[in-house]
Design a protein around this ligand. Structure first.
Ligand code: GCU
Length: 437
């Protein structure tokens, strides 16, 4: 590199460093949320009479009457119609790594073609998902932690040459956007890449993919993909939103994972950060197979209650991300209390499976208080199944007993080592047992 280029590069790094530390200081000044729980309890009470449906008394009432009713409302008011069933085909399997040292056995790429009912703008007419699957050394079948990530597979495996990112449009912050070190400085060490080695050491397989392979996370650009996924005959204001499309994509991945003899189909665990946390919750609400869910900072239309409009409002989220939702959701901007459903009812649809909700103390946008109250509001549905109550009373003191769990770590929006530590100890406690037990 010539002297001139070195000088220019040095200047760029210094300016970036200064901007970063100034930005970092500003971010650190964002106020913490209060330590004491604030806000009204979740409403409507989860087992109370709902519209013309009488109060729920038994598991059967819940499963046969209430759950289908809630699923219908979540689709028509918020997420749009869930795409219909679809078969898949494995197009190729490719071994990417087989490290000699460490706990990782293999890392491979499985390319999956999804046979959607209608053709769409995808290359070849149907979506193709590149699934990255890590299998630990040792004897399976292994539990697998599965989740979609923001920026495509080459951000996931930065040291792996030739792991192609999706050919679909990436959101601004990914496609040639901020350099990796900036992303890590702002959003945490694991913003893009999970702790592969730690997971393998603890006996977990990892499945990761880019939801943008199916619907690009870019407003307007996403529209024709959403149209193609929307079941025929759906009214336009209920067309499938991207969160629903990504949730459905998770289920297609679960199809593949459940058929892999190296993995335990009874221990497929979903996770997601933020928008992908919203999708993970929705996916497990509609699909009984995931054994547990960890949703980190999933906020509005995720784990946080929406009726009080604390945190990100319906107006904000539908302005910035209109493609995430059914167009009908926008009508509740400024009047979220008019929605028939709220997010504690979404969590309740996962009962009796374990759910961990992670939050950050300075992440006001993600609404830790609303997420805590949503768990409290979902709890009576869990008790119907004989699960212990969500008895945590303080945001900062996880009680480490029930299958509904909450933590609030210091800091902002991002994925840190301590988030993964919380999730792994939760999964160890609630589901990481040999399949025969
Ligand atoms: C934005 C959006 C949130 C979302 C978050 C994320 O902040 O407003 O709703 O959860 O992005 O996905 O990181």
């Amino acid at each position: 590199m010539g002297l001139r280029r070195k000088l220019v590069l040095g200047a760029v790094l210094i300016v970036t460093g200064l901007a970063l530390s100034a930005g970092g200081c500003a971010l650190q000044r964002l106020p913490n949320v209060p330590q004491e729980i604030t806000g009204p309890p979740a409403s409507p009470p989860v087992l109370a009479a709902f519209k013309s449906d009488p109060a729920v008394q038994t598991q059967e009432d819940w499963q046969d009457r209430r759950a289908p009713l809630l699923k219908a409302r979540f689709q028509s008011e918020i997420y749009g119609a869930m795409p219909g069933p679809a078969a898949y085909e494995i197009v190729s399997r490719e071994l990417l790594q087989k490290p000699e040292k460490g706990a990782i056995g293999t890392i491979e790429r499985i390319t999956i073609a999804i046979k959607t009912a209608q053709a769409g703008p995808w290359p070849g007419g149907h979506p193709t998902v590149d699934l990255i699957l890590m299998i630990p050394k040792g004897k399976g079948p292994f539990p697998v932690i599965a989740g979609g990530t923001f920026c495509g597979n080459d951000a996931l495996l930065p040291k792996q040459p030739g792991v192609r990112t999706t050919s679909m449009a990436l959101p601004q912050e990914c496609g040639g956007g901020a350099p990796g070190f900036l992303v890590t400085a702002i959003f945490g060490r694991h913003a893009n890449a999970p702790p592969w080695e730690t997971l393998a050491e603890k006996g977990y397989a990892l499945a990761s993919w880019h939801p943008g392979d199916v619907v690009p996370d870019v407003p307007v650009v996403a529209e024709p993909y959403l149209q193609a996924l929307t079941p025929v005959g759906t009214p336009p204001d209920k067309r499938t939103g991207a969160i629903a499309a990504w949730a459905w994509t998770s289920s297609r991945v679960v199809d593949v994972l459940s058929a892999d003899p190296r993995l335990d189909p009874k221990r497929v665990l979903l996770w997601g950060h933020s928008r992908h946390g919203k999708a993970a919750l929705l996916s497990a609400a509609f699909d009984p197979r995931p054994a547990a869910v960890w949703a980190l900072q999933s906020g509005t239309a995720g784990a946080a209650l929406g009726r009080d409009d604390v945190g990100e409002s319906v107006a904000d989220i539908t302005t910035s991300f209109p493609h995430w939702f059914a167009p009908a959701y926008r009508a509740f901007a400024g009047k979220p209390a008019d929605l028939d459903v709220d997010q504690h009812q979404l969590i309740a649809l996962l009962a009796p499976r374990p759910v961990l909700i992670g939050t950050g103390r300075r992440d006001q946008w993600g609404d830790p208080h609303g997420s805590f109250r949503a768990l409290k509001g979902a709890d009576p549905a869990y008790q119907l199944f004989g699960e212990s109550a969500f008895s945590q009373t303080k945001l900062r003191q996880p009680d480490g007993t029930g299958v509904l769990a909450f933590y609030m770590r210091p800091g902002l929006h991002g994925i840190h080592t301590e988030d993964w530590a919380e999730a792994l100890s939760f999964f160890d406690r609630t589901v990481q047992k040999p399949a025969s037990n």
